[in-house]
Ligand binder design. Structure first.
Ligand SMILES: O=C(O)CCC(=O)C(=O)O
Ligand SMILES: [Mn+2]
Length: 203
């Protein structure tokens, strides 16, 4: 890992280019194995709208959304347990999280060319003193961060493959989202698109 001076984006810590190309490729291989055990699915909202990202998880619990609402669940919608969080992924947490616990959940988001994620808070976890660590792989993404309260000023940054963001401290409950990705900006994923891994202490 290449530790350059981190940047602050409305209280979130951005580690630009933390992951070297070989480390990014190893993470992609590890994610491919997760996806083989627990295939990506299109989550639905409670109102029956399909989210544009596809998701899966690793860890003892995974985040799912369906007609019953959203929650952490011990099982994939297909009924199987989630695979363990790969050690390469845990190493990224250890490098930047700055806490003495390890995550019990790794959400895998896959963004195709049209996918986005609306502004939201990560607030389904039990302990907000634990940060969220977010790893970007593949195409660039326009990441927007606002405030703990809804509305108000926001700041946007283009996240590139290998960047890692820590959402913690006073920014732990800040609203954030992904406005769009820029297709074709990375060759890391053979078929293009963007993978985002978010590590959390959920329980
Ligand atoms: O894709 C990203 O960079 C952010 C993902 C996110 O906010 C989430 O999964 O809660
Ligand atoms: Mn989030």
């Amino acid at each position: 890992m290449r530790h350059e001076t981190p940047l602050t984006v409305r209280g979130c810590t951005l580690h630009p280019g933390l992951l070297e190309p070989a480390e990014q490729a190893a993470l992609v291989e590890a994610v491919r194995e997760v996806v083989r055990a627990a295939p990506l699915f299109h989550p639905e909202t409670r109102r029956g709208q399909q989210m544009s990202v596809r998701m899966t998880s690793a860890g003892s619990v995974g985040w799912i959304s369906d007609r019953r609402g959203y929650r952490y669940d011990a099982r994939h919608p297909g009924g199987m347990a989630w695979p363990p969080i790969p050690p390469e992924v845990l190493a990224v947490w250890d490098a930047v999280a700055g806490v003495d616990r390890q995550p019990d959940s790794c959400l895998v988001n896959f963004y195709g060319p049209e996918a986005r994620m609306g502004m939201h808070q990560d607030r389904d976890e039990a302990d907000f003193s634990m940060p969220v660590v977010s790893i970007s792989l593949g195409d660039d993404a326009l990441f927007r961060v606002g405030n703990v309260e809804r509305g108000g000023k926001t700041e946007s940054v283009w996240l590139q493959s290998g960047d890692v963001v820590v959402i913690g401290g006073d920014a732990r409950l800040a609203h954030h989202g992904v406005d769009r990705i820029r297709p074709g900006t990375s060759t890391l994923l053979r078929e293009g698109g963007r993978l985002n891994l978010t590590l959390r202490v959920a329980l």
